[in-house]
Design a protein around this ligand. Structure first.
Ligand code: NAD
Length: 376
């Protein structure tokens, strides 16, 4: 494999604390370290019990618990949360939960500039990114702003013990998708490559152990460690076709986030593989296979995860509409995607059969694929 001798890499100031029990034992210290005295705790309705434990640990530094986070951050939820944070006189927020809770926290930070502490409970990786998302009138907008990047991330593997196996698997594959796309991103770098390889290896090793025994704390720690690495890859690079497809399917067609990532990833990787030899080589090593798209598809099947968009409820007639939307918007990808190719990728994901190994494509086409504008 040739060495990537031209790159840039930006490090953002984020403190990471990782230990079992840290949600309760480390969060108050992180708040003190940041000089915060009145924190609003943000979570979803299902995560309220754990969030209350964090709120209790914060004691007088807790300004309240706002348990209204939902998937894809509807803009009216963001409006309400900003009003709550202002009424509480908070000087920061603690998000307790997965990407939805972190997403609502980021929406607050975007509007108010208040600092965030994230206590993640899934493997989505949002805590390591400056990417925010808001959904309005059926369309999800995303953007990048350093103000939404959590200043402190408290990883507590114990918090993930309650994650049901189906969500464990799909959330884990969501993390894998960040690493996969970071490997062929136009702004990838040797450090991203190292993190992606280690993240993929650790997650692929942890998921079967967790499907067999979801209370295995060692495997939970390994999966959360992988999520940290994969999330860092996401935060450091520009995502491509896979994230664009999932963004359209989630934001416009209402499909569930992690499950959609799990279904789509093998097909996008099969499409991009001929244009991404370095990524393919890294993934072969990390997954111990000659055929990473097929290995990811088999992993999902073996662990009982959904494998078709039809199974997730996408109407057959929406395949073309989604593909046109994907093809019609610019995004960075190692291989250009025509409307027909987007349709073929989506059609294959809709049906859920084994991904076809793609043939070689001309070098000229590969180079044309990079450098487009969208950052997620
Ligand atoms: P989620 O936060 O929506 O959680 C899914 C479900 O699992 C919820 O019902 C939640 O209550 C429950 N849950 C979460 N943790 C649990 C636990 N430990 N035990 C039991 N139940 C638990 O799911 P997600 O996949 O983490 O996040 C999806 C959202 O995050 C999407 O809106 C997506 O766009 C966003 N996201 C953003 C970024 C970014 O960088 N901005 C990255 C990844 C995902």
């Amino acid at each position: 494999m040739t060495f990537q001798s031209e790159f840039s890499y930006e490090t953002r100031p984020v403190r990471v604390v990782f230990r079992p029990g840290a949600a309760v034992t480390a969060t108050p210290g992180e708040a003190a370290h940041l000089g915060l005295r009145r924190l609003l705790v943000v979570c979803g309705s299902r995560g309220e019990a754990v969030a209350r434990a964090v709120a209790d640990a914060l004691g007088d530094a807790c300004a309240g618990v706002h348990a209204e986070a939902r998937m894809h951050v509807p803009v009216e939820d963001a409006d309400r949360a900003v009003a709550v944070v202002r009424a509480a006189g908070a000087d920061g927020c603690v998000t307790v939960g997965g990407g939805s809770a972190i997403g609502l926290g980021k929406a607050i930070a975007l509007r108010t500039g208040l600092p965030l502490i994230a206590v993640p409970s899934t493997y989505s990786g949002s805590e390591m990114t400056p990417v925010w998302g808001l959904t309005e009138h059926g369309t999800k907008r995303t953007g990048r702003d350093p103000v939404v990047q959590p200043r402190s991330v408290v990883y507590d593997p114990r918090l993930t013990l309650s994650l049901p196996v189906p969500l464990t698997v799909t959330s884990g594959v969501n993390a894998l998708a960040h690493a996969v796309e970071a490997l062929y991103a136009p702004d990838t770098s040797p450090l991203v490559s190292v993190m992606a390889e280690e993240g993929v290896r650790a997650m692929a090793e942890a998921l079967p152990r967790l499907a067999a025994d979801p209370k295995d704390l060692d495997a939970r720690s390994r999966a959360l460690y992988a999520a940290w690495l994969c999330g860092t890859c996401l935060g450091s690079t520009t995502m491509g076709l896979h994230h664009k497809v999932c963004h359209v399917l989630g934001g416009t067609f209402g499909l569930p986030h992690a499950e959609t990532h799990t279904v789509v990833l093998p097909y996008v990787l099969a499409h991009n593989a001929p244009a991404a030899p370095h990524a393919l080589a890294v993934l072969r090593r990390a997954l111990g296979t000659d055929d990473p798209p097929r290995a990811l598809w088999e992993l999902a099947g073996r662990l009982g995860a959904p494998r078709s968009l039809a199974g997730l409820g996408l109407a057959e007639g929406d395949v073309t509409a989604a593909a046109d939307r994907v093809a019609g918007e610019p995004y960075a990808n190692p291989r250009p995607v025509t409307a027909d190719e987007a349709r073929a990728v989506l059609r294959a994901a809709y049906e859920g059969g084994p991904p076809e190994p793609a043939g070689d494509i001309p070098l000229q086409q590969i180079q044309r694929g990079h450098g487009l504008a969208d950052r997620k």
